[in-house]
Design a protein around this ligand. Structure first.
Ligand SMILES: NC(=O)c1ccc[n+]([C@@H]2O[C@H](COP(=O)([O-])OP(=O)(O)OC[C@H]3O[C@@H](n4cnc5c(N)ncnc54)[C@H](OP(=O)(O)O)[C@@H]3O)[C@@H](O)[C@H]2O)c1
Length: 312
């Protein structure tokens, strides 16, 4: 078995990046990089702007990693409609650069993508090979990123996930906990369906990949499993029911909330610059069959994350 693999981690300041760092720190030597935005870093990380392709290439060559993990992304879905160039540099160009340099230095790549690559039509879960038809700029940029990585020829695994929340960063759970303390009545969208996903589930799977890589070698493991996989927590809900579950679990921890009613409404009640898919259900069959990895029920993953989210 390989001793401690060298890992190049982007987006270490983000929801997934933070959890991945936590999960891998005992197993690997991690060179962690955070984005250029002026935020206090949750973990020791150097600044690296993924819009700067030359700096990205130089940083990877310096680290000479066994594995590059790329959860960094331009994730401001509405802002992407007016900042298309920036969204494409981070979400599309950078994964292509990562892939090319990874192939040259012999590193494998774990990349993250999104349910937003699909159109969101229908009601059944999407399979990985279904038609790609993003309905907003963010989704288009993420799809281009997947394609650029794939075209680079690097040994890579891309994980399409949905509705991510974690302890570190902004997310729906934190917004609901804040609103639930302030307001008695809330009106939440109930016509978009998908699976909330704990950043910890993403980190647990990446840890599983690192264990496989240590045992069988990184390029070998990633060449065998090369491709795109869905990875979300198990089950399906809509935002109104997700909010209701957040409040139920928070109360079970003794949190005093003002909220009494959580009403449902259509997405059209909250117009946004970017369209959202109605159906974000993602089939988990491929990841379960290929890796024997069983994500937890979304309610259980949420309950497990609630204490740290509440700062308990
Ligand atoms: N959040 C979701 O609901 C969701 C849903 C589906 C798929 N995904 C995908 O899952 C992955 C992880 O998402 P997440 O929720 O962890 O994202 P996140 O919390 O928004 O974190 C994104 C990270 O990317 C970094 N970043 C942004 N622009 C950068 C740049 N120019 N150079 C370097 N770093 C930059 C940010 O750095 P700063 O600290 O400087 O801002 C941040 O650390 C992403 O690929 C995302 O597209 C997320």
């Amino acid at each position: 078995m390989m001793k401690r693999p060298r890992i190049f981690l982007t987006g270490a300041n983000g929801q997934a990046g933070f959890e991945i760092w936590q999960a891998l720190a005992p197993l690997a030597d991690i060179s962690a990089f955070k984005g250029p935005h002026d935020r206090v870093a949750a973990i020791p990380a150097e600044t690296l702007d993924l819009c700067d392709a030359a700096a990205l290439e130089q940083a990877i060559r310096q680290v000479k990693p066994d594995l590059i993990i790329n959860p960094a992304a331009y994730t401001a879905v509405d802002k992407a409609e007016s900042e298309q160039d920036k969204a494409f540099l981070v979400n599309a160009t950078a994964p292509g650069v990562i892939g090319r340099v990874a192939r040259e230095v012999g590193a494998a790549v774990v990349h993250f993508s999104t349910d937003y690559v699909y159109s969101g039509e229908g009601t059944s879960p999407y399979h990985e090979d279904e038609r790609i038809a993003p309905i907003n700029v963010y989704g288009q940029s993420k799809w281009q990123g997947e394609s650029n990585l794939m075209a680079s020829g690097a040994a890579s695994i891309t994980l399409r996930t949905s509705w991510v929340y974690g302890v570190y960063g902004h997310n729906f759970v934190k917004t609901m906990l804040k609103l639930g303390r302030e307001r008695e009545t809330l009106k939440i969208v109930n016509d978009q369906h998908g699976a909330p996903t704990s950043a910890r589930t993403l980190a647990n799977f990446v840890q599983h990949l690192v264990q496989l890589g240590r045992t069988h070698g990184f390029p070998a493991t990633f060449s065998v499993h090369q491709g795109v996989y869905h990875l979300t927590d198990r089950g399906c809900t809509h935002w109104q029911a997700f909010a209701t579950e957040i409040f139920r679990i928070a109360r079970s921890y003794g949190v005093d909330l003002a909220v009494k009613e959580v009403d449902g409404c259509p997405s059209s009640d909250y117009p946004t610059p970017a369209k959202r898919p109605r159906n974000s259900r993602l089939s988990l069959t491929r990841i379960e069959e290929s890796f024997g990895f069983q994500p937890p029920r979304w309610q259980d993953a949420l309950a497990a994350m609630m204490a740290p989210l509440l700062g308990l």
